[in-house]
Write a protein of this length. Structure first.
Length: 753
């Protein structure tokens, strides 16, 4: 006798995928059938009418009225775990749903099929529904699922329970750092005329999201803090104070931060959970006054365990911020919170901290590859200001002035109607950086001197604001060099200062320091020196016989691309570094300015900016064969390529033919390449030949589309696979290189066909 239970009867995920293929439907269409074969069959037809009838007539026939009521209550609240089942029905989950078909399990969470809800819930009275919803909401609050708790209370229109959930939300560390759309959705559950402390707090948080510099946000949060203090609600008073302190930090109001810290101290005397926030207040003060050492000390004096979950993230974000300001960005990468944008709450400023740490740790190419988080419509004004400002800063260093201007305009839009001195300084700094990126050094120097007339350079905030960008002052305002040479530069900033000192000396005609300085990695220089100056520095070093200069130029051309090459080209006629510039240009590949597409499926062709190449050398059979070989073998040796194309020649004659044919091919795929410039697409390194992965090759795209389609079909999503197959078909034009006659093509043609 073989006993067969529910698990054996239900269709597995693989069986559902196979079934979906048989019926020609997407596997997601079958997901609500719970794996029951009869219902899967019904779901594949797009109807559930017969399954409703089955449930009503067959499955519920033997269910007694009391259990039916319990099941109805459980279905009404959307299911849950054992704690929810016991709170709502007084019955353990396993007992409640035992032997019941169409129950979906997600770990410990069970949910009845929507068919059950349609059949059972209408029998519940309003009181039964309210009891079930409020009991489930209480469990959701304990489990910190505030959205679910509020939705449950709202389903029975219980305002008191909604307020209880909102209070729990802000007390448990969500603390008002909620996304604006979440705040708006929750605020509608309180009357617009409500002047309770909770409503005032929510309104203050909404005002903060719209404009963190607005007097309205300050006034509402200050009022909320006073109201909570008057009602003796210390947990919520602490929330309002932390948000008020955050606003003061944004606008750089040290006096207000000090006032908030005093309130923290008074609150801490009667409410111990406020004590760790004294360290947060001290860190804010240090950040506002430009003292990262004090900021780090304040934050490391407390542990994560002393703070609510969200403030643990804030603490780590501020520690990482202090570390990269202390020249220890690599350590900051080990501290910065992961995947910050997936959190249910925003930590303004934290969305770009990892990118900043990557940049100042000497990996600016990694930071630049991913657009800064915090720039979408769902983010608040402060996040969008920071994200746009950081993007603008990166682009100025990379030489992309047009994008930097657009990002700066976006940052200005979200700077607020009453930006504080620090925000204004950041915007002014971006304008100066863009002047340098555009080659306007003299106006940039004038702007810098104007700033120094208002804020004299000295220890503290002024030095802190320029710390990562001191090269602009050092180079353009020589009278500041004595100050910067005397400042204790921590960590990697000390290495950068040596290079900037050597650069300034070289500009003044003394190449000695460039020849003896201890060079950091190219990425670290690129993170602190704008591309125009970094190229100039690389040429001085190359002229002095330092290979580090050539490495730096290669890095800049590889990663910052056209702005770096344009900067190199501007020096080719210079009396001192012209020869070095010409030599570096000849050996440093840079992406072409034209769009190049390579087609080997069907008629062989190379398209330049959408038009077939007009280079007469493309008509040479061996040029076409060499490109086809490289498409199939993108990393090969010269010997293999020569043997494949000229199998009847000896090695010397084959190598000679290969050199000639390779020169022809360079001209075909890069017609705009200057005389003496290093090729980008087909590269030589010793005996190796490489077709660069950035090439747009129809065969590579064709294979990639087929692989993606196969994965989608294997995972049970034929509707996702179909457009990929259709797109691949667009690249199919009659087989692989049909005009060529080479033995090494035959097997590849079979594979492609």
């Amino acid at each position: 006798l073989e006993e067969i239970g529910q698990d054996e009867l239900l269709m597995t995920g693989e069986e559902l995928i196979d079934f979906a293929k048989l019926r020609g439907v997407d596997v997601s269409q079958l997901g609500n059938a719970g794996g029951w074969p009869a219902f899967v069959e019904l779901a594949s037809t797009g109807t559930d009418a017969r399954s409703r009838s089955y449930l009503d007539e067959e499955a519920l026939r033997g269910v007694d009225p009391e259990r039916r009521t319990r099941l109805a209550a459980f279905a009404f609240v959307g299911g849950g775990d054992d704690e929810v089942a016991r709170a709502v029905t007084g019955t353990a989950l396993a007992e409640l749903v035992s032997d019941l078909p169409l129950v979906r399990w997600s770990g410990e969470f069970a949910q009845l099929h929507d068919l059950w809800r349609d059949l059972l819930v209408p029998d519940l009275s309003p009181d039964e529904r309210r009891h079930a919803a409020i009991a489930a909401a209480a469990v959701a609050r304990r489990q910190r699922d505030i959205d679910r708790a509020i939705d449950l209370a709202a389903s029975v229109d219980d305002r008191d329970d909604i307020e209880a959930s909102l209070r729990r939300a802000v007390i448990d560390g969500i603390d008002g750092g909620l996304r604006s759309e979440q705040l708006l959705r929750w605020r509608v559950h309180l009357p617009t005329t409500d002047e309770s402390p909770l409503a005032t707090l929510l309104d203050g948080l909404l005002a903060r999201e719209r404009d963190p510099t607005s007097p309205e946000a300050f006034a509402l949060l200050r009022t909320a803090a006073e109201q909570f203090a008057g009602h003796d609600e210390p947990d919520l008073e602490l929330v309002a104070l932390t948000q008020l302190g955050y606003l003061a930090r944004i606008v750089g109001d040290a006096a207000m931060i000090a006032s908030v810290t005093e309130n923290f101290e008074r609150l801490a005397e009667r409410h111990p959970p406020a004590r760790p926030f004294l360290a947060i207040g001290q860190a804010w003060t240090a950040l506002t006054t430009g003292e990262p050492e004090r900021q780090l000390a304040a934050l490391t004096a407390i542990s994560d365990d002393a703070l609510p979950a969200v403030w643990q993230i804030t603490r780590r974000h501020l520690i990482a911020n202090a570390l990269f300001n202390l020249g220890r960005a690599a350590e900051g990468l080990d501290t910065v919170p992961d995947d910050i944008d997936s959190l249910p709450v925003p930590i303004p400023g934290a969305l770009v901290t990892e990118s900043q740490c990557q940049w100042y740790a000497g990996h600016p190419e990694i930071a630049a590859a991913d657009p800064p988080q915090g720039s979408s419509e769902r983010h608040g004004a402060r996040d969008r200001f920071i994200a746009a400002g950081w993007k603008a800063l990166m682009c100025t260093y990379m030489g992309d002035v047009e994008t930097a201007r657009a990002a700066t305009a976006t940052a200005s839009t979200h700077a607020g109607e009453h930006p504080g001195p620090m925000v204004q300084a950041q915007l002014t700094g971006l304008e100066i950086l863009m002047l340098v990126a555009a080659g306007d050094d003299e106006p940039a120097a004038d702007r810098l001197r104007a700033i120094l007339d208002v804020v004299p350079l000295g220890a503290g905030l002024a030095e802190h604001l320029f710390r990562h960008h001191f090269c602009f002052l050092y180079v353009l305002v020589p009278e500041t060099r004595e100050f910067w040479d005397g400042v204790v530069m921590p960590g990697t900033l000390a290495q950068v200062r040596q290079v900037i000192h050597a650069f300034a000396a070289a500009r003044d005609g003394d190449l000695g320091p460039v020849g003896t300085v201890d060079w950091p990695e190219p990425g670290l220089i690129a993170a602190h020196v704008p591309v125009r100056w970094a190229v100039e520095l690389a040429l001085y070093a190359t002229r002095s016989g330092r290979q580090e200069g050539r490495r730096l130029a290669t890095w800049l051309c590889e990663h910052w691309q056209r702005p770096a090459r344009a900067a190199l080209a501007s020096w080719t006629d210079h009396d001192v570094v012209g020869e070095a510039a010409r030599d570096v240009l000849a050996h440093t590949p840079t992406p072409p300015t034209q769009t190049v597409r390579i087609r080997v499926l069907g008629h062989l062709d190379v398209e330049i900016d959408g038009h077939p190449t007009e280079d007469p050398n493309w008509r040479r059979e061996r040029v076409q064969a060499l490109l086809s070989w490289l498409v199939l073998h993108p990393d090969t040796s010269r010997d293999r390529a020569a043997t494949a194309l000229w199998p009847d020649l000896d090695a010397a004659r084959g190598a000679k033919n290969l050199r000639t044919t390779l020169n022809y091919l360079h001209g075909v795929v890069e017609p705009s390449r200057g005389s003496g410039d290093a090729p980008w697409f087909v590269r030589s390194a010793g005996q190796r030949l490489t077709l660069h992965s950035s090439a747009d090759v129809d065969l590579w795209r064709f294979r990639s589309l087929l692989d993606r389609a196969e994965r989608a079909d294997r995972d049970g999503h034929p509707l996702d696979a179909l457009p990929l197959l259709l797109e691949a078909f667009e690249d199919w034009n009659g087989g692989l290189a049909p005009d060529l006659d080479h033995e090494w093509l035959e097997l590849e043609r079979i594979h492609v066909r």
